[in-house]
Design a protein around this ligand. Structure first.
Ligand SMILES: N[C@@H](CCC(=O)N[C@@H](CS)C(=O)NCC(=O)O)C(=O)O
Length: 144
């Protein structure tokens, strides 16, 4: 059951314990000591594709953060939002703050291939391909 997003100041994170993308904001919130509600989206049974969940996350993926009536998608955007909103783990200088965002962007570039690679085999085209597109549709070359 997804439930309606809460519009007060409380933090609600929709995610899955099997998801590395969910782990990032969960770890942030835990290390920052910020109270938050966690709502499990069971990816194995396809809750992410239900109309109820798609109403808050158009891509049907986790995580999703709801706060102050806002709905924030994409794990690194959520980290950026939380840093701006709460000040936890925010850079001390403007240069540090931009550098932190550079690393978030770098991580997004590199995370996808590794997360989808079985047993350490990094897909050759992971950096250009979309892992949600079946291998057979990528020019016929089966990569993983
Ligand atoms: N770039 C997205 C990736 C989100 C993503 O792909 N989440 C996966 C779990 S790690 C998911 O929800 N998969 C469900 C599906 O593809 O059906 C982010 O960082 O939030």
């Amino acid at each position: 059951m997804i439930g309606a997003p809460i519009s007060d100041g409380s933090l609600t994170l929709y995610g899955s314990f099997t998801s590395s993308s969910s782990y990032k904001p969960m770890l942030y919130l835990a290390l920052a000591g910020l109270p938050f509600s966690f709502r499990t989206v069971n990816l194995k049974i396809g809750v992410q594709n239900t109309p109820e969940y798609l109403a808050i996350n158009r891509w049907g993926v986790v995580p999703t953060l709801c706060h102050r009536g806002l709905t924030i998608l994409q794990s690194n955007v959520i980290l950026d939002y939380l840093a701006r909103e709460t000040g936890h783990f925010e850079g001390r200088t403007e240069q540090e703050r931009w550098q932190a965002r550079e690393w978030l962007s770098w991580e997004a570039d590199h995370h996808r291939g590794r997360a989808s690679a079985p047993l350490g085999a990094v897909p050759q085209d992971a950096r250009r391909g979309d892992r949600r597109v079946p291998p057979a549709r990528r020019g016929g070359a089966v990569v993983y």
